[in-house]
Write a protein that binds this ligand. Structure first.
Ligand code: HEC
Length: 120
């Protein structure tokens, strides 16, 4: 009985903390992305831009995990404001990233916003 209670408590806690994350996530694996409905409508165009541009070479899963965990999934480096900026510049330098300065700036601002929302 005690075990069952503990298990119920754990499951409740787990679902609660997931539900509590400010920016929700939809889908799994390759289809994973931020849930557009969980962000303010003013950010939708940037979300669309990011989804279009940042899933050219890899899926959005990488970016979602970096924001959710605060760690870049490949290098394991902290994914903070500084890392977001550095990554933006890195992207800009990649010849085939197909993004201009303005687009990078928009995505960097959006990622900073998502990071902040998630840490609330
Ligand atoms: C030109 C292809 C390309 C595009 C476009 C691209 N990426 Fe990447 N991304 C890569 C490659 C290659 C890696 C593997 C490591 C590296 O080169 O940084 C990577 C790795 C990552 C990582 C993990 C970094 C780490 O250190 O673990 C994140 C997060 C990420 N990308 C986010 C983004 C975001 C956000 C965008 C849109 C601004 C984007 N990517 C667009 C090629 C791309």
């Amino acid at each position: 009985m005690k075990r069952l209670l503990l298990l119920t408590a754990l499951i409740t806690l787990a679902t609660f903390s997931l539900a509590d994350a400010r920016v929700k996530v939809k889908g799994r694996g390759d289809k994973m992305n931020f849930d557009f409905d969980s962000v303010d409508a003013s950010h939708r165009p940037s979300m669309e831009l990011m989804t279009r541009k940042c899933s050219k070479c890899h899926t959005m899963e990488r970016t979602v995990i970096a924001i959710q965990t605060g760690r870049a999934p490949i290098t394991g480096q902290p994914f903070d404001r500084q890392a977001i900026k550095a990554y933006g510049i890195k992207m800009l330098r990649k010849p085939n990233s197909d993004m201009n300065k303005r687009e990078i700036r928009e995505v960097v601002i959006l990622l900073n916003y998502l990071l902040e929302e998630n840490s609330k």
